[in-house]
Design a protein around this ligand. Structure first.
Ligand SMILES: Cc1ncc(COP(=O)(O)O)c(C=O)c1O
Length: 472
């Protein structure tokens, strides 16, 4: 029999002096405020070994109060890069969206799993509405799709369906050893090769089609390789075109690629993880001309749309194919008569977090028109950056940008060293890439809340770093 004090102790272990929900939100608000207060800065990171030594990272034997947890959380955040500030250009995402944050926080509070209407109610309907709306932007009056944990997984789902459609019986009996091929440009994202490996097709089946000087797939080279493969008995599984390549932000010529795909009956997937959001702007839509002729489309809302990670969708022109590739019976979970409202039958995952609510909240707030303005603002910032580079004899624009990635080289110094110095000095976080075998700085103008003055400061820092390195 437990005594009263033991009982209290047990309750105490579970919740301490149980913090009320108001206390939790007050702590969350205070921590969020501290994070936001750092927006103007890059947080110089200590070495990982130092963080491990200084912070209590392993779960303790005895729990601590929620206030102590909050202080420990803050110590972690102090050693965490700030992606929302004015000096963050490192990735294809940046900035912060208030409405999306609100949706994201409430998704955690509500904690629904998105497999069925029974488990998630209206949440699965917001997901359906978003998928339909995004499909319309691609150019499909009706479509099918799913939210996934990122662009790589959206590409995976599309490639999985392509594999199952192209290779008879593969879902039931597996790969039978016949030679297969996937075609994508040499500039495409690494997830295409990785997914080919994960799908049992083998990474070597991916043909890296040469890109032209602007980073766009050469369609004549695609046709030549595809027709040679077919003549040699290889089964094409998919062509993957990219709408917005990772380094240069280039757009493959989708209409011409679709012509080749349709001529030979090959599945066409468009990886618009990065550049899919250009569908939100009438002025930029021509860069994706022909994407509506594809069979599937990846679109990350956590990149250009500024929704917190992760928020990605994969869309299919032909409703039904995704479910055919993923459906399993689980009578405890799926009530068959409601499958339209049970996204679990079209999902790689079983339990699945609600990534739709943050996008839904943001889209309610901005509307289609707000998103169009957002894209145009990103392009305006990129155009400003181009002007600064062209006016500086020590900077070379290595390609005329097709979208919001501005790739440039710095006279006499290695871009990798410049990016490294800016980071270690806490001035700017920006990544480097390679174009024509030459290291370049990749400036991605993805945060629309920046100003032209912020970009001027960025270039001042570039010049400062180049000078320091040059003087060494
Ligand atoms: C073109 C392209 N496709 C796919 C991905 C993968 O997206 P995620 O990071 O959401 O998995 C990226 C990421 O940068 C990308 O640039």
């Amino acid at each position: 029999m437990t005594t009263q004090s033991e009982e209290r102790k047990w309750q105490g272990d579970w919740g301490g002096e149980p913090a009320g929900v108001e206390d939790v939100f007050a702590l969350a608000a205070e921590l969020a405020r501290r994070v936001i207060d750092r927006d103007g800065k890059i947080v110089p990171l200590p070495e990982p070994i130092q963080v491990e030594a200084e912070l209590a990272l392993s779960p303790p034997r005895e729990g601590v109060s929620i206030e102590v947890v909050a202080e420990r959380l803050w110590r972690l955040l102090e050693c965490t890069p700030n992606t929302s500030g004015k000096r963050y250009f490192n990735q294809l995402f940046a900035g912060r969206d208030d409405a999306a944050m609100l949706g994201e926080m409430l998704a955690a509070v509500a904690n629904n799993s998105m497999y069925t209407f029974k488990a998630a109610g209206a949440q699965v309907l917001t997901e359906r509405a978003l998928l339909a709306h995004m499909g319309c932007k691609v150019g499909w009056a009706s479509c099918d799709g799913a939210f996934t944990p990122g662009g790589s997984m959206s590409n995976f789902a599309a490639m999985l369906v392509a594999r199952n459609v192209s290779l008879d019986g593969v879902r039931e009996r597996g790969i039978d050893g016949r030679p297969v091929a996937i075609y994508t440009s040499a500039e495409s994202h690494y997830s295409i090769r990785k997914n080919a490996g994960m799908l049992g097709l083998g990474r070597d089946c991916v043909r890296a089609i040469e890109a032209d000087i602007d980073g766009r797939m050469k369609v004549a080279a695609l046709r030549e390789m595809l027709e040679r493969d077919i003549a040699e008995g290889v089964t094409p599984v998919a062509i993957v075109a990219t709408a917005g390549t990772t380094v240069q932000g280039a757009f493959d010529p989708m209409r011409d690629i679709a012509e080749v795909a349709h001529e030979h009956g090959v599945w066409l997937h468009v990886d618009g993880a990065f550049g899919g959001s250009l569908l939100l702007s009438g002025k930029r839509r021509p860069l994706l001309d022909g994407c509506e002729l594809a069979d599937s489309f990846t679109w990350d809302a956590h990149k250009m749309m500024g929704v917190p990670l992760t928020c990605s969708v994969v869309l299919f022109r032909d409703p039904g194919l995704l479910q055919q590739s993923l459906d399993e019976s689980a009578s405890y979970l799926f009530q068959r008569d409601e499958d339209d409202y049970n996204p679990g039958v079209r999902s790689i995952q079983c339990g699945r977090r609600n990534d739709a609510l943050k996008l839904w909240a943001a889209w309610q707030h901005h509307g289609d028109e707000g998103y169009e303005r957002r894209v145009e603002r990103q392009f305006a910032l990129a155009a400003h950056a181009v002007g600064v580079i062209e006016a500086d004899p020590n900077l070379t624009l290595v390609r005329k940008p097709q979208s919001i990635n501005v790739c440039f080289a710095i006279e006499g110094v290695d871009a990798r060293e410049v990016c490294g110095l800016l980071d270690s000095e806490g001035r700017q976080k920006v990544s480097h890439g390679t174009v024509d075998g030459r290291p370049i700085v990749r400036l991605v103008c993805v945060n629309p809340d920046l100003t032209e003055a912020d970009l001027e400061e960025f270039f001042e820092d570039i010049r400062w770093a180049a000078q320091v390195i040059g003087d060494r």
